[in-house]
Design a protein around this ligand. Sequence first.
Ligand SMILES: [Zn+2]
Length: 305
Amino acid sequence: MQEVIQGVWLIDLNFLGYPLAIAAYLLIGRDEAALVEVGPASTVETLLREVERAGVPLDTVRHLLVTHIHLDHAGALGVLMQRLPDATCYVHPIGAPHLADPSRLIASASRLYGELMDTLWGPVLPVPKERIRIVQDGERLQVAGRTLIALDTPGHARHHHAYLDDASGLLFAGDIAGVRMPNTTYVRPPTPPPELDIEAWQASLSRLRTVPIRQLALTHFGVFEDVKRHLDELEQRLLDWGHFTRQLVEHGRSDEEIIRALQEYGNAEMQAQGVDPSSYDLGAGYQLIAMGYARYWRKKLGASP
Ligand SMILES: [Zn+2]
């Protein structure tokens, strides 16, 4: 665990036994605590153990905020509702119905992950409706002694908020600011199907550039201060990989071919910078990235999906 600013701790959820894959952020106030991101149900024991290790009694954890409902960010919510009796969860209006009834979320994740579903994510339980608080764009939430401002930031998913800590300028960015490992500068765009929207993502990045962000707190993985450079690199690569995959789709390449080509292309970029590609794959693997782009272009270009 690492204190990133006063009262905000980064918890490494040690996903599948790997460090630096999925983070949750613990906000400790005077008499209550909050989490931003809770990870999947498969890491819930690690999460709760680390919260207690930080000296926070579980019955004071009152607010569970998730940037979006993908299982690596929010899959634990259903289980946590049972383990944290006083907690409310906060979610984007588009994500809320899928927390109350996760059947479509489970079906869509099962198409991507197949038999690995349970090993990866653990049980995805419904969240009781009365414990879901729907958050609108621009809302200022008072949690754990802080003011967090919700910023609707679609592109990676339609149901995505980033949360700005008003006092410090720390932005809990979810996936809209990409994937980056500590001690590197390389930013990878996580572009899974089915909701990738490149134009919306660019608009979200433009919006973030107008916000007084001092540090980016990424879920994959950690806190970074070179905000402008980071967002510029992400946007450039989002477009560059878009251009690369569009050509492959236009040439009628199969998913398998596109995955392999993008992996070679991306890994060559990373190796040129001395970055270990495998360290990024748990946060955003090439298979989902390539499939997200391929689906996006086939739809856009009017080809069969
Ligand atoms: Zn995501």
